[in-house]
Design a protein around this ligand. Structure first.
Ligand code: TYM
Length: 331
């Protein structure tokens, strides 16, 4: 079975709807046909400000949300990045293979360091994409299901794999991104030209674990346009198109069918229906997360099993890599 690897950062207590529709939905859909590794990337999350106690809570909460969203630990391997030392070890090799200019051109690095200011930007933000490349390449990954914002990181990962293979001999599978066009970029409800994001945590972001009533209100207050027609047209109607995308993904109805449903109806009807469908989805989701988080031992046992399986696979790739670059075996 082809191999999958993907990850999410435990940088908030709750995933938002962009994480769910852009990534988690694909993770769940692909786990039957692929050998999947799904990772809580706690090492990535310390590249920005954090508190140890909060990080512990969020790492478990993130794993719980993978499970509540449908990741099955019997079929997929669920792991915490810091449990598998090979991630840090391969990351160093990747860092040494990356050009300084090449890493400086990563748009997420440029955005983050600009927002935070150069003096407060840790070198971890700079090294972030090389750790991500290590995550993926360790597992001989064929496919990486992510949202559109990760495309450039995937491109760097592919370049590093090819660079290593041509210099040191075939070692890594060159991975392909798996980005579902319709849901690749979910937009903020208040600023539909920006993607829904933890860095825009206000009234335009739908955190799955927030009070459903508050989220329904956010949906009803979403920015639309001065027209009346419910039509999918991202250039002219970014707000309405975003609502249609979300409703389509959550209800399983095609956007074209939805457009027909709303002939003669208004934006208010669309918002009300989306709010209803959203609440219907998050109500059992929140209950499942609560139960999972309440069983710390059960959750930790799943992560321990995942780490064991991950270490076996990652260890083989790391050993081959170390040998190729000329590190002596510790005999
Ligand atoms: P993170 O934690 O920011 O986001 C997790 C996943 O959610 C997707 N996503 C979105 N998709 C659609 N619309 C949105 N508004 C939206 N916001 C977020 C992201 O594309 C991602 O798939 N660098 C990664 C974590 C990572 C990783 C990896 C991913 C580390 N190592 C290896 C894949 C493979 C990140 O910051 O994701």
């Amino acid at each position: 079975r082809p191999r999958i690897f993907s990850g999410m950062q435990p940088t908030a207590d709750s995933l938002h709807l962009g994480n769910y529709l852009g990534a988690l939905t694909s993770w769940v859909a692909l786990q039957d046909t692929h050998d999947a590794f799904y990772c809580v990337v706690d090492m990535h999350s310390i590249t920005v400000e954090f508190e140890p106690e909060v990080l512990r809570r969020r790492s478990r909460a993130t794993a719980a949300q993978f499970l509540a969203g449908g990741v099955d630990p019997e079929r997929s391997t669920l792991l915490l990045q810091s449990h598998v030392a090979a991630h840090a070890e391969l990351s160093w090799v990747m860092t040494c293979l990356t050009g300084f200019g090449e890493a400086s051109r990563m748009t997420q690095f440029k955005d983050k360091s600009q927002r935070i200011g150069a003096d407060r930007t840790g070198a971890g933000i700079f090294a972030y994409p090389m750790l991500m490349a290590a995550d993926i390449l360790l597992y001989q990954t064929d496919l990486v299901p992510v949202g559109e914002d990760q495309r450039q990181h995937l491109e760097l990962t592919r370049n590093l794999a090819q660079r290593f293979n041509s210099r040191f001999g075939q070692t890594f599978v060159v991975p392909e991104p798996y980005i579902v066009k319709q849901t690749a970029k979910i937009y903020d409800l208040q600023q539909p030209d920006k993607q829904m994001s933890k860095s825009l945590p206000g009234p335009g972001c739908l955190y799955l674990l927030d009070d459903p009533k508050a989220n329904a209100k956010k949906i009803r207050s979403a920015v639309t346009d001065t027209g009346r027609e419910v039509r999918f047209d991202p250039a002219e109607k970014p707000g309405v198109s975003n609502l249609l995308t979300m409703l389509s993904a959550l209800s399983g109805r095609e956007v074209a069918a939805l457009e027909e449903d709303y002939t003669g109806k208004g934006y208010g009807d669309l918002k009300k229906d989306l709010a209803d469908v959203f609440v219907e989805f998050v109500t059992p989701f929140r209950e499942r997360v609560q139960a999972l988080v309440g069983d710390t031992e059960g959750l930790d046992a799943i992560l321990a099993r995942g780490a064991e399986r991950a270490r076996a696979v990652a260890g083989e790739t790391l050993a081959a890599t170390y040998d190729r670059v000329g590190f002596l075996p510790a005999k």
